[in-house]
Design a binder for this molecule. Structure first.
Ligand SMILES: *Cc1c(COP(=O)(O)O)cnc(C)c1O
Length: 795
């Protein structure tokens, strides 16, 4: 793969990856040696590969510092509008290579590391992923930070510095086993603790009302310690900040009021407070409703809003009239984007600050609050919508509950004035749901408390308006918008220059190459190189051998019934049966790669992983099948593994039930890396099909309207089982223990009756059989190949 570059290639690479001057290389080597000596306190006799990684990371970091300080200084002087992205997740992955690329240091670093007798790829592999996210929602937050820095916007990401990110997935005997992600064990060279900006966050207590207003008292305090991570823009000298909060117990924790006499116990109990930032909840698209999670959500919100208001007050806009800050210009200076409802408590918290502390009248505070917040909805799945029990909120955040009730009262009064005697509407639109347990509908709170609400793909935004929040859209149609998700590209293109990195629409320049055989062959060649490289990686890390000239059919994302990995599995079984039925028939050799984590409490998702591994066991060891079909379950899918597998993919599986995947971003990453897509008309697939032409994707299955109609009629799996002999055979095999001879009943409940995720849009019986892949299948006009192999996601 590392063939020598032509002069022309070299020049083009240099323009994007930075100039390799002898001076800069020498300086990098000096920096490296200085850090090895002074920072890591090692010499080359005893240094480990990890020491070398840290020495390099610190050397690269040094190049960020000046730009970081200058960018923040510039914001302080100019006071541009600040954009605050509030998120419980930032799925950043690795930082080293992205930083080198964005600073234009990649080539010089490559050269320096080479001259030092070290291997860059090996060093890069030592970095832990910052896995502070579950999937698309968290990765989107990371991409937005990158994009906003590249656009030179005064943006900040605010979240939690989880001590443990998303668990590491091990596969043992076909089952998922979770291991703690102790990502900070060796230290994190990219973060800087800022204890001088530590802030208090209050919980529990009670509310006292008096003539001077409400007072929240007798609270328990936890401190929020900020850690800052630099976010460099692409070659523009901008370095923004991601500020993540870590929970610290105050030094008098449990010692002041009670527990006197048990000093040791009081010190041990500091853990209770510090547990708030201990671990990321590993649910994707699922609401669990645990108290600790609510604490996390309020923790990030309370610390962040104090920080935002401090910064506003320090600006020229935070003027005071005699004693009080004037907040009229607040919404012009501050935009707060809520990444889903997870940080929704920011709405009552800002009201509490304005009304109880800053003594603003309610109406004024509410006007400013609404004009400050915007809310992004990420899902319409009912099991994912946050609905916090009123009792829990009352205990943890008593003043916020009162404020939410007040917001609701005024909101319902307004509805009642517009729609007299419409009790059903009031019930549907209330922030409070009555029932067994009284709950707060956090999406309703976000809609009411924001001036803009967006979905994340055209089709999803339509569903938000027409189905899930219909009453709200009827009330304020102008509030509802669409912002289709995107990904941050960063790589190297020979044919169209590097501008597309900032402006993806320039990819259309590739149009004129669709009939250029030489270009198509070049693209196919790079794809083939990526496939070989990935196959070598699998062989090295997992001792599995795959055939790099087979079609790589890849389905990687969180394991979820709605994402239909189970349907993919039925397709695999069907292909297996076809090969066995007619072994002499020509068949396109295929390697099906499925990967993704299941939430630890999600039984069905874990059974699906086990089933895929059981099917793999049978298929991969059947001599009749030979090399025609192989099934790989890819362990521990995460950002750094996505960067390896996506560029090696021929066929991208985007097969969610129509109406369930809000956008998807995996779909885009594959397409930008020259894979063909098989998918349903769901999420952003719809817009991808529009852009590339439906003839350039393999679209199949029911549309949203078909699914709605079927749900209305009632879904009866038996019908499809009876009608489709190949489906019947596959289901019967699973049920009879064909894939689990030691435990024939193991998968009974997976196919019991059978599973609703098997919507009848099973794979088309004629599945795309393209080989070798790109260029010979349907023409994908977006299909382009990035010289270097890894996918463009913020790297
Ligand atoms: C992009 C990405 C996702 C989201 O994938 P979808 O197919 O959109 O669900 C999940 N995990 C990782 C590691 C990603 O990079």
């Amino acid at each position: 793969m590392s063939r020598p570059l032509s002069d022309q290639e070299r020049r083009k690479q240099i323009s994007i990856r930075g100039i390799v001057g002898a001076e800069s290389v020498a300086e990098l080597k000096r920096g490296f040696n200085r850090h090895l000596h002074f920072t890591l306190v090692k010499d080359r006799n005893v240094a480990t590969p990890r020491d070398y990684y840290f020495a390099l990371a610190h050397t690269v970091r040094d190049h960020l510092v000046g730009r970081w300080i200058r960018t923040q200084q510039y914001y302080y002087e100019k006071d541009p509008k600040r954009i605050y992205y509030l998120s419980l997740e930032f799925y950043m992955g690795r930082t080293l290579q992205n930083t080198m690329i964005n600073l234009g240091l990649q080539n010089a670093c490559d050269e320096a590391v080479y001259q030092l007798g070290l291997d860059m790829e090996e060093l890069e592999e030592i970095e832990e992923d910052a896995g502070l996210g579950n999937g698309g929602l968290g990765r989107l937050a990371a991409c937005f930070l990158d994009s906003m820095a590249t656009l030179g916007l005064a943006a900040y990401g605010y979240g939690i510095r989880y001590e443990y990110g998303i668990f590491n997935q091990k596969i043992r005997d076909g089952w998922q086993v979770e291991e703690a992600d102790d990502w900070l064990r060796h230290g994190n060279p990219w973060e800087k603790a800022r204890p001088e900006y530590m802030l208090p966050v209050h919980f529990y207590g009670r509310v006292e009302h008096s003539a001077s207003g409400a007072k929240w008292i007798d609270t328990q305090v936890v401190l929020a310690l900020p850690y800052d991570t630099p976010v460099p823009g692409y070659m523009n000298n901008t370095v923004n900040t991601m500020r993540l909060w870590s929970a610290r117990a105050p030094n008098d924790f449990n010692l002041r009021d009670f527990n006197v006499g048990d000093y040791i116990q009081a010190v041990l109990d500091r853990n209770l407070a510090e547990n708030i930032s201990r671990v990321l909840y590993p649910n994707d698209n699922f609401f669990e409703g645990k108290e600790l999670r609510l604490k996390q959500e309020y923790f990030v919100v309370a610390a962040t809003l104090q920080d935002i208001i401090r910064r506003f007050k320090a600006s020229k806009f935070g003027s005071t009239d005699s004693v009080r800050t004037v907040f009229d210009s607040f919404p012009d200076q501050v935009a707060i984007q809520l990444n889903d409802t997870h940080p929704a408590m920011a709405i009552p918290e800002l009201m509490r600050i304005f009304v109880d502390i800053e003594k603003l009248p309610w109406d004024k505070a509410w006007d400013i609050t609404k004009r400050t917040f915007a809310y992004t909805n990420h899902t319409v799945l009912p099991e994912a919508l946050e609905r916090w029990p009123v009792d829990l909120v009352e205990k943890l955040l008593p003043r916020h509950l009162q404020i939410i009730y007040e917001i609701n009262q005024r909101h319902l009064d307004h509805i009642a004035s517009l729609f007299p005697n419409d009790v059903g509407r009031l019930r549907r639109m209330s922030l409070i749901e009555e029932g067994d347990t009284k709950r707060i509908n956090m999406a309703h709170l976000c809609i009411v408390g924001s001036h803009a609400v967006n979905g994340v793909a055209k089709i999803h935004s339509e569903i938000v308006k027409s189905q899930v929040f219909e009453d709200f859209a009827e009330l304020e149609p102008e509030k509802f918008q669409n912002k289709t998700n995107g990904i941050t590209p960063q790589l190297i293109a020979e044919k169209i220059g590097e501008d597309y990195v900032r402006d993806l629409s320039q990819l259309t320049k590739l149009h004129k190459f669709v009939d250029d055989d030489l270009f198509i062959r070049e693209v196919a060649k790079v794809k083939q190189e990526n496939k070989v490289k990935f196959a070598l990686y699998l062989e090295k890390e997992y001792k599995v051998k795959i055939n790099p000239s087979s079609m790589f059919d890849v389905h990687v994302k969180r394991i979820h019934e709605y994402k239909r990995q189970l349907m993919n599995c039925l397709h695999i079984i069907t292909m297996y049966n076809r090969i066995r039925r007619d072994p002499a028939k020509l068949f396109v050799p295929r390697t099906v790669i499925i990967g993704g984590k299941a939430a630890p409490g999600y039984h069905m998702a874990k059974m699906i992983i086990k089933l895929i591994n059981a099917v793999a066991q049978v298929v991969n060891n059947d001599p009749v099948v030979g090399s025609k079909l192989k099934v790989i379950f890819l362990e521990n899918y995460r950002v750094s593994l996505a960067e390896k597998v996506i560029p090696a993919t021929d066929l991208s599986e985007q097969i969610s039930t129509a109406g369930t995947e809000a956008s998807g971003t995996g779909n885009m990453k594959f397409m930008l890396n020259g894979a063909l897509t098989i998918g349903t008309m769901d999420g952003a697939n719809v817009e991808m099909a529009e852009e590339a032409g439906e003839e350039n994707l393999f679209i199949f299955g029911m549309r949203v309207e078909d699914v709605t109609e079927l749900d209305r009629k009632g879904y009866n799996a038996q019908l499809y089982y009876d009608r489709l002999p190949e489906l019947k055979q596959a289901v019967d095999q699973i049920k009879s223990g064909f894939f689990s001879p030691d435990d024939p009943n193991l998968f009974n409940d997976v196919v019991l009756g059978f599973h609703p995720s098997i919507h009848p849009s099973i794979h088309p019986s004629i599945h795309p059989s393209i080989h070798p892949s790109p260029g010979l299948g349907p023409r994908c006009t977006w299909m382009m190949l990035l010289r270097h192999g890894f996918w463009p996601l913020s790297r």
